[in-house]
Design a protein around this ligand. Structure first.
Ligand SMILES: [Zn+2]
Length: 54
């Protein structure tokens, strides 16, 4: 893969890496907009957010 030089694309990639929701039941990653877990269909999703080191 080529390195991402475009700051805009990098921001998009970073957004998709961080803006995820995690199921509290099975721990599956789901899209940020998901209301139900795609694996266990549970509704107990939490947002996955953390500080960026870079
Ligand atoms: Zn789940």
């Amino acid at each position: 893969m080529a390195p991402i030089d475009d700051p805009f694309k990098r921001r998009i990639a970073r957004y998709h890496l961080l803006e995820k929701s995690v199921c509290r039941r099975c721990g599956a990653l789901n899209p940020i907009r998901a209301r139900k877990c795609r694996r266990c269909r549970g509704k107990d999703l939490r947002l996955k957010k953390r500080e960026l080191t870079k």
